[in-house]
Design a protein. Structure first.
Ligand code: PXL
Length: 275
Protein backbone atom coordinates (compact mmCIF):
# COMPACT_ATOMS: atom_id res chain seq x y z
CA UNK A 1 0.00 0.00 0.00
CA UNK A 2 1.24 3.48 -0.77
CA UNK A 3 1.97 5.74 2.19
CA UNK A 4 1.45 9.50 2.18
CA UNK A 5 2.47 11.97 4.87
CA UNK A 6 0.47 15.15 4.90
CA UNK A 7 1.74 18.24 6.69
CA UNK A 8 -0.96 20.73 7.63
CA UNK A 9 -2.95 21.95 10.62
CA UNK A 10 -5.49 20.11 12.72
CA UNK A 11 -8.58 22.27 13.13
CA UNK A 12 -10.92 20.79 15.74
CA UNK A 13 -14.06 22.34 14.28
CA UNK A 14 -14.63 23.09 10.60
CA UNK A 15 -13.57 20.32 8.24
CA UNK A 16 -10.36 21.36 6.51
CA UNK A 17 -6.68 20.40 6.39
CA UNK A 18 -6.05 17.14 8.30
CA UNK A 19 -9.71 16.46 9.04
CA UNK A 20 -10.33 16.49 5.28
CA UNK A 21 -7.10 14.80 4.15
CA UNK A 22 -7.13 11.82 6.52
CA UNK A 23 -10.59 10.44 5.65
CA UNK A 24 -10.33 11.16 1.92
CA UNK A 25 -6.86 9.67 1.39
CA UNK A 26 -7.80 6.65 3.52
CA UNK A 27 -10.96 6.19 1.43
CA UNK A 28 -8.73 6.15 -1.66
CA UNK A 29 -7.07 3.05 -0.21
CA UNK A 30 -3.83 4.84 0.58
CA UNK A 31 -2.22 5.02 4.04
CA UNK A 32 -2.27 8.58 5.33
CA UNK A 33 0.07 9.82 8.06
CA UNK A 34 -0.53 13.32 9.46
CA UNK A 35 2.04 15.80 10.71
CA UNK A 36 0.21 18.75 12.29
CA UNK A 37 1.69 22.23 11.80
CA UNK A 38 -0.65 23.71 14.39
CA UNK A 39 -3.73 22.81 16.39
CA UNK A 40 -6.60 25.26 16.10
CA UNK A 41 -9.92 25.25 17.90
CA UNK A 42 -11.49 26.00 14.49
CA UNK A 43 -10.50 27.19 11.02
CA UNK A 44 -9.74 30.89 10.77
CA UNK A 45 -12.80 31.65 8.65
CA UNK A 46 -14.89 31.53 11.84
CA UNK A 47 -14.81 34.44 14.31
CA UNK A 48 -11.76 34.01 16.57
CA UNK A 49 -9.71 30.90 17.18
CA UNK A 50 -7.39 29.42 19.78
CA UNK A 51 -4.13 28.42 18.08
CA UNK A 52 -1.25 26.29 19.33
CA UNK A 53 1.61 26.65 16.88
CA UNK A 54 3.67 23.45 16.50
CA UNK A 55 6.67 24.86 14.60
CA UNK A 56 9.13 23.54 17.19
CA UNK A 57 7.69 20.02 17.06
CA UNK A 58 8.08 19.36 13.32
CA UNK A 59 11.83 18.78 13.32
CA UNK A 60 11.92 16.36 16.30
CA UNK A 61 8.96 14.46 14.85
CA UNK A 62 10.85 14.14 11.55
CA UNK A 63 13.99 12.98 13.38
CA UNK A 64 12.06 10.26 15.21
CA UNK A 65 10.37 9.13 11.96
CA UNK A 66 13.85 8.91 10.43
CA UNK A 67 15.09 6.80 13.37
CA UNK A 68 12.17 4.45 12.73
CA UNK A 69 13.26 4.20 9.10
CA UNK A 70 9.87 5.44 7.87
CA UNK A 71 9.57 6.27 4.20
CA UNK A 72 6.79 7.96 2.25
CA UNK A 73 5.62 7.52 -1.32
CA UNK A 74 4.24 11.05 -1.23
CA UNK A 75 4.63 14.19 0.86
CA UNK A 76 1.64 16.50 0.71
CA UNK A 77 1.73 19.95 2.31
CA UNK A 78 -1.31 22.13 3.01
CA UNK A 79 -1.92 25.01 5.42
CA UNK A 80 1.37 25.97 7.03
CA UNK A 81 0.86 28.13 10.09
CA UNK A 82 3.62 30.71 9.47
CA UNK A 83 6.40 31.63 7.05
CA UNK A 84 9.13 30.38 9.46
CA UNK A 85 7.61 26.91 9.44
CA UNK A 86 8.09 26.77 5.70
CA UNK A 87 11.88 26.42 6.08
CA UNK A 88 11.51 23.44 8.42
CA UNK A 89 9.05 21.80 6.04
CA UNK A 90 11.43 22.34 3.11
CA UNK A 91 14.13 20.53 5.14
CA UNK A 92 11.66 17.72 5.90
CA UNK A 93 10.99 17.29 2.17
CA UNK A 94 14.70 17.24 1.35
CA UNK A 95 15.30 14.69 4.11
CA UNK A 96 12.47 12.32 3.18
CA UNK A 97 12.33 12.71 -0.58
CA UNK A 98 13.40 9.58 -2.43
CA UNK A 99 13.80 9.04 -6.15
CA UNK A 100 10.09 8.14 -6.58
CA UNK A 101 8.52 10.32 -3.89
CA UNK A 102 5.75 12.53 -5.24
CA UNK A 103 5.67 15.98 -3.62
CA UNK A 104 2.28 17.73 -3.63
CA UNK A 105 2.20 21.33 -2.47
CA UNK A 106 -1.20 22.89 -1.96
CA UNK A 107 -0.14 26.53 -1.47
CA UNK A 108 -2.95 27.29 0.97
CA UNK A 109 -2.87 31.07 1.51
CA UNK A 110 -6.22 32.62 0.77
CA UNK A 111 -9.52 32.78 -1.01
CA UNK A 112 -11.82 35.32 -2.65
CA UNK A 113 -8.88 37.59 -3.43
CA UNK A 114 -7.57 37.81 0.14
CA UNK A 115 -4.73 36.30 2.15
CA UNK A 116 -6.06 34.30 5.15
CA UNK A 117 -6.26 36.47 8.25
CA UNK A 118 -3.65 34.53 10.28
CA UNK A 119 -0.93 34.83 7.58
CA UNK A 120 1.64 37.60 7.08
CA UNK A 121 2.54 39.49 3.89
CA UNK A 122 5.93 37.67 3.49
CA UNK A 123 4.10 34.36 3.22
CA UNK A 124 3.54 34.25 -0.60
CA UNK A 125 7.26 34.77 -1.24
CA UNK A 126 8.16 31.79 0.96
CA UNK A 127 5.41 29.71 -0.62
CA UNK A 128 6.92 30.35 -4.06
CA UNK A 129 10.09 28.58 -2.85
CA UNK A 130 8.12 25.61 -1.56
CA UNK A 131 6.25 25.35 -4.88
CA UNK A 132 9.60 25.11 -6.68
CA UNK A 133 10.21 21.80 -4.84
CA UNK A 134 6.89 20.26 -5.87
CA UNK A 135 5.88 17.72 -8.47
CA UNK A 136 2.29 19.00 -8.36
CA UNK A 137 0.91 22.30 -7.02
CA UNK A 138 -2.80 23.08 -6.60
CA UNK A 139 -3.40 26.82 -6.06
CA UNK A 140 -6.86 28.36 -6.31
CA UNK A 141 -7.20 31.59 -8.32
CA UNK A 142 -6.43 33.79 -5.29
CA UNK A 143 -3.32 31.75 -4.48
CA UNK A 144 -2.24 31.75 -8.13
CA UNK A 145 -2.43 35.58 -8.09
CA UNK A 146 -0.50 35.75 -4.79
CA UNK A 147 2.19 33.42 -6.18
CA UNK A 148 2.49 35.52 -9.33
CA UNK A 149 2.40 38.83 -7.43
CA UNK A 150 -0.72 39.93 -9.32
CA UNK A 151 -3.89 41.70 -8.33
CA UNK A 152 -6.92 39.46 -8.07
CA UNK A 153 -9.30 39.93 -10.98
CA UNK A 154 -9.81 38.81 -14.56
CA UNK A 155 -7.57 35.95 -15.58
CA UNK A 156 -6.61 33.90 -18.60
CA UNK A 157 -6.34 30.30 -17.36
CA UNK A 158 -3.85 29.13 -20.01
CA UNK A 159 -1.56 32.10 -19.49
CA UNK A 160 -1.72 31.69 -15.70
CA UNK A 161 -0.84 27.99 -15.95
CA UNK A 162 2.14 28.85 -18.13
CA UNK A 163 3.39 31.50 -15.71
CA UNK A 164 2.94 29.23 -12.68
CA UNK A 165 4.95 26.48 -14.41
CA UNK A 166 7.90 28.88 -14.32
CA UNK A 167 7.93 28.58 -10.50
CA UNK A 168 9.45 25.13 -11.06
CA UNK A 169 6.75 22.56 -10.23
CA UNK A 170 6.25 19.63 -12.62
CA UNK A 171 2.47 20.00 -12.94
CA UNK A 172 0.25 22.96 -12.09
CA UNK A 173 -3.43 22.55 -11.23
CA UNK A 174 -5.53 25.70 -10.74
CA UNK A 175 -8.76 25.19 -8.81
CA UNK A 176 -11.91 27.28 -8.70
CA UNK A 177 -11.63 28.04 -12.42
CA UNK A 178 -14.92 29.34 -13.79
CA UNK A 179 -15.08 29.08 -17.57
CA UNK A 180 -17.33 31.52 -19.43
CA UNK A 181 -20.58 29.78 -20.39
CA UNK A 182 -23.96 30.90 -21.70
CA UNK A 183 -25.75 28.24 -19.70
CA UNK A 184 -25.31 26.72 -16.25
CA UNK A 185 -22.37 28.34 -14.36
CA UNK A 186 -19.47 25.92 -14.00
CA UNK A 187 -16.49 25.60 -11.71
CA UNK A 188 -13.59 23.16 -11.67
CA UNK A 189 -9.91 22.77 -12.32
CA UNK A 190 -7.48 23.36 -15.16
CA UNK A 191 -4.01 21.82 -15.31
CA UNK A 192 -0.82 21.85 -17.32
CA UNK A 193 2.06 19.39 -17.09
CA UNK A 194 4.35 21.05 -19.62
CA UNK A 195 2.93 18.91 -22.43
CA UNK A 196 -0.86 18.83 -22.11
CA UNK A 197 -3.63 21.03 -20.81
CA UNK A 198 -6.47 19.42 -18.85
CA UNK A 199 -9.84 20.88 -17.85
CA UNK A 200 -12.60 19.39 -15.70
CA UNK A 201 -15.73 21.29 -14.71
CA UNK A 202 -19.01 20.65 -12.91
CA UNK A 203 -22.05 22.85 -12.16
CA UNK A 204 -21.23 25.58 -9.65
CA UNK A 205 -23.19 25.45 -6.37
CA UNK A 206 -24.39 28.56 -4.53
CA UNK A 207 -22.03 27.95 -1.57
CA UNK A 208 -18.59 29.25 -0.71
CA UNK A 209 -17.00 26.94 1.81
CA UNK A 210 -13.74 26.92 3.72
CA UNK A 211 -11.98 23.64 3.09
CA UNK A 212 -13.12 23.00 -0.49
CA UNK A 213 -9.57 23.40 -1.80
CA UNK A 214 -8.24 21.07 0.93
CA UNK A 215 -10.80 18.47 -0.06
CA UNK A 216 -9.87 18.80 -3.73
CA UNK A 217 -6.14 18.42 -3.03
CA UNK A 218 -6.74 15.42 -0.76
CA UNK A 219 -8.91 13.74 -3.42
CA UNK A 220 -6.26 14.38 -6.08
CA UNK A 221 -3.47 13.06 -3.85
CA UNK A 222 -5.51 9.98 -2.88
CA UNK A 223 -6.50 9.08 -6.44
CA UNK A 224 -3.05 9.77 -7.89
CA UNK A 225 -1.31 7.68 -5.25
CA UNK A 226 -3.82 4.90 -5.69
CA UNK A 227 -2.60 4.73 -9.27
CA UNK A 228 -5.58 6.30 -11.03
CA UNK A 229 -4.02 8.21 -13.94
CA UNK A 230 -3.71 12.00 -13.60
CA UNK A 231 -6.61 12.85 -15.93
CA UNK A 232 -9.02 10.52 -14.14
CA UNK A 233 -7.75 11.64 -10.73
CA UNK A 234 -8.47 15.25 -11.72
CA UNK A 235 -11.98 14.31 -12.90
CA UNK A 236 -12.66 12.35 -9.69
CA UNK A 237 -11.46 15.24 -7.50
CA UNK A 238 -13.67 17.75 -9.36
CA UNK A 239 -16.78 15.55 -9.20
CA UNK A 240 -16.17 14.71 -5.53
CA UNK A 241 -15.95 18.42 -4.66
CA UNK A 242 -19.00 19.21 -6.81
CA UNK A 243 -21.09 16.51 -5.10
CA UNK A 244 -19.86 17.61 -1.66
CA UNK A 245 -20.77 21.24 -2.49
CA UNK A 246 -24.22 20.09 -3.68
CA UNK A 247 -24.78 18.22 -0.40
CA UNK A 248 -23.60 21.29 1.55
CA UNK A 249 -25.98 23.60 -0.36
CA UNK A 250 -28.86 21.18 0.29
CA UNK A 251 -28.18 20.94 4.05
CA UNK A 252 -30.76 23.01 5.98
CA UNK A 253 -28.44 22.94 9.04
CA UNK A 254 -25.51 24.25 7.07
CA UNK A 255 -22.91 26.13 9.10
CA UNK A 256 -19.49 27.49 8.28
CA UNK A 257 -18.08 24.14 9.36
CA UNK A 258 -16.56 23.11 6.05
CA UNK A 259 -17.95 21.06 3.20
CA UNK A 260 -20.32 18.12 3.77
CA UNK A 261 -18.13 15.58 2.05
CA UNK A 262 -18.89 12.47 4.09
CA UNK A 263 -21.80 11.28 2.00
CA UNK A 264 -19.88 11.87 -1.23
CA UNK A 265 -17.03 9.56 -0.22
CA UNK A 266 -18.67 6.39 -1.55
CA UNK A 267 -19.11 7.97 -5.00
CA UNK A 268 -15.46 9.07 -5.00
CA UNK A 269 -14.32 5.57 -4.03
CA UNK A 270 -16.46 4.04 -6.75
CA UNK A 271 -15.15 6.44 -9.38
CA UNK A 272 -11.48 5.82 -8.64
CA UNK A 273 -11.93 2.04 -8.39
CA UNK A 274 -13.26 1.67 -11.94
CA UNK A 275 -10.80 -0.34 -14.05
O1 PXL B 1 -9.06 25.53 4.11
C1 PXL B 1 -7.92 26.23 4.31
C2 PXL B 1 -7.60 26.41 5.75
C3 PXL B 1 -6.83 25.48 6.39
N1 PXL B 1 -6.50 25.58 7.69
C4 PXL B 1 -6.93 26.63 8.41
C5 PXL B 1 -7.72 27.61 7.84
C6 PXL B 1 -8.06 27.50 6.47
C7 PXL B 1 -8.89 28.52 5.86
O2 PXL B 1 -9.42 29.39 6.43
O3 PXL B 1 -8.14 28.61 8.58
C8 PXL B 1 -6.56 26.72 9.84
Amino acid sequence: MKRVITIQDFSCLGRCSLTAALPVISAAGVECCGLPTAVLSNHTGLPGSHIKDLTDEIKPIGEQLKRLGAGFDAIYTGYIANAGQMEIIKEFITEFRGRDTVVFVDPVMGDNGRLYSALTSDYPEKMRELCAMADIITPNITEACLLLGRDYGEYDTGEMLNELMKLGAGTVVITGVEPKTDGVPLTGAAAYDGKRFYEEYAPKQPVLCTGTGDLFAAALVGATMRGTGFERALRAAVSFCAESARLTAADPDRREYGVNFEQALSGYMEEISKP
